[in-house]
Design a protein around this ligand. Sequence first.
Ligand SMILES: CC(C)(COP(=O)(O)OP(=O)(O)OC[C@H]1O[C@@H](n2cnc3c(N)ncnc32)[C@H](O)[C@@H]1OP(=O)(O)O)[C@@H](O)C(=O)NCCC(=O)NCCS
Length: 142
Amino acid sequence: MDENVCGQVKLVDNILQAEDFVRLRIEAGFAEIPVEHARKALQNGLLNVSAIYHGELVGMGRLVGDGAMYWYLQEIIILPNFQRKGIGTMIVNHLIDYAKANSITGKFTTIGGVSAKGKEPFYKKMGFDIISTGIKKMIEIE
Ligand SMILES: CC(C)(COP(=O)(O)OP(=O)(O)OC[C@H]1O[C@@H](n2cnc3c(N)ncnc32)[C@H](O)[C@@H]1OP(=O)(O)O)[C@@H](O)C(=O)NCCC(=O)NCCS
């Protein structure tokens, strides 16, 4: 693989296929979800971005929220062979740019998310605070 991988990665908006979304989630160790469910999630998200290296999908990221005030990062996933090459940073910056472009100018806006365990340094390096006041509840769906 070339040294300057990051320089050859293209970010493309809203082309991610549900099947690839499911596959990348599994690669990252997240729970498998039905393809139909993945399709709906992509449709209802604000923006999804695919990282393409020489025609191959090597990473993804999603931004969900209300499109005006609240923004949440979801599924920032880079395939193992392509990690630590700056692609995750590229994707998060791209999603942040979208949030900035769609926020009221001259005001602050907040981008949130939940870090996978052990991945906090990645978000910290990008200027995110690791907060202890977040709330989360797992609800069993029957
Ligand atoms: C976490 C993840 C998205 C990072 O993407 P990436 O492209 O590998 O990250 P980058 O190359 O942009 O990393 C930038 C910096 O973040 C930090 N960082 C990245 N991954 C890290 C890790 N696993 N542990 C500690 N620090 C990490 C490093 O400081 C790194 O800079 P360096 O390589 O110069 O030391 C990627 O490892 C991944 O997809 N992991 C599996 C899925 C996952 O857990 N996603 C997070 C969901 S919340």
